[in-house]
Design a protein around this ligand. Sequence first.
Ligand code: LLP
Length: 421
Amino acid sequence: MHFFGYRGKSFYAEGVPFEKIIKECGTPVYVYSLKTLKRHYKAYDAAFSKVEHLICYSIKANSNISVLKAFADEGSGFDIVSGGELYRALKAGADPGRIVFSGVGKREDEIEYALKSRILMFNVESPQELKAVNDIAGRLRKKAGIAIRVNPNVDAKTHPYISTGLKKNKFGIETGQAIKEYINAKNNLKNVVPIGIDCHIGSQITNIEPFIDALRKTKELLATLRKEGLEIKYLDMGGGLGITYDSETPPHPSRYGEAVIEGTKGLGVTLIFEPGRSMVGNAGVLATKVVYTKEGTEKNFIIVDAAMNDLARPSLYGSYHAIKAVKERSKEEITADVVGPICESGDFLAKDRILPAVKAGEYLAVMSAGAYGFSMSSNYNTRPRAAEVMVDGKDFQVIRERETLAHLIKGESLMKGKKRK
Ligand code: LLP
């Protein structure tokens, strides 16, 4: 069951035509489907129902507080990478006891905030961070649950910018050193409690093997640590499961679940997962208006009102996003670049794409934009960020207003003092 699709000639999100949303909210606008979000959470939860598990949705993929609330209401935990994401999670009603804190550069104030909020554990990425967490916890007279993020040196076979489990990547601690740090934590660091092992190898991974490779390595580490007398209760396998943007065929969470359950039989751990993209990616669409069309000598251009500041993925990673007409048109097609108004040649949403021959004033739907879409958007070229809308059956609500021009200069001031010539 897909919750985005044509009914007659109109493109719908659940029971709401895009034209209705666009009429009320304008463009560019991100449109999310609540039913899709819930279905994705339930698919993960069901995949691991036979074993102890905790799904910690990775907030960075889409951090709107209504999206977070949709997951929190289902019992989801959260994976955060900043104090800002912790703030959002708590605003959305998250249970702090189901929050894990990842990231290589956690600041002192962020560690303090997380300790005071009583999160489940810190996924520690360096010896210096381990010491910092211990020191800050001591000062606050608290105990910090920790896992060390191990770098298993496996190739996730994905875009180099989003591959994280290789030795050359900045993430995690190599296994040999991690063992030393766990033992150091157990013997010398009184304010940290090592309760988990963490591993995240990359994103948009479309086959099971790299996960199983990483699992094999973390299991060896688990055995070693238990021999050393550490009581490890959690195995955090990170996120990374890919989605279909074009013709990729990633495993369904249920198949991923079967493989992981098979690989962790009898370990006596609670499994943690940090899915981001696979929870929200195909639950969101970016609607945009065709401002002009232009026939160049070599290329046709469809110039739309969404740009790289709204959806950075095509420019940044060369990512493919399918594009559909909001109003299905006659068969006439053109090959064109879909570009935004930003003053850079890298500002495109699609290149050399065969599309319905849309005209100025018509609308396009940029698909699979729910993950790393709005959350990576910026105000470049002093463009207000898009509105966000959540559809629920036949209803929809604005869950983030379009920014106004006043928002854009909020916090800025004109320098005081005499006019200089
Ligand atoms: N856990 C950790 C520690 C992560 O670094 C990430 C993503 C996740 C979980 C969630 O991974 P997912 O399930 O979404 O693959 N902006 C890029 C993706 C960057 C991913 C960063 N880390 C993109 O648009 O493709």
